[in-house]
Design a protein. Structure first.
Length: 96
């Protein structure tokens, strides 16, 4: 479980050009107390004991298709895949 606001340092290029390797982001679980995740939201997700920051591209009922923005990066960016809402830790609220 994440605190209401958490800070993460980005490691990788999958969300470039918006979020660059080494940048710090703030993620909050609070927005999803009031509404559901939407297409276009950038979210932190937990997958295989790691935290990733990805964008929601598709929604099918309670499943979310997420991938990175950087189409030139690895397979991780292009096709991260479908996740369940319980894997979403929060929404990106600030990158710096």
């Amino acid at each position: 479980m994440l605190p209401p606001i958490a800070r993460f340092k980005i490691s990788g290029h999958s969300m470039e050009p918006l979020i660059k390797n080494g940048q710090t982001v703030l993620v909050s679980s609070i927005p999803y107390f009031f509404s559901k995740p939407k297409i276009g939201d950038i979210v932190a997700i937990r997958k295989e004991e790691k935290v990733f920051v990805k964008r929601i591209f598709k929604i099918d009922k309670e499943k979310y298709f997420v991938k990175g923005d950087n189409e030139k990066d690895s397979l991780d960016s292009r096709d991260f895949g479908w996740i369940e809402k319980k894997e979403i830790l929060g929404k990106l609220i600030l990158n710096f």
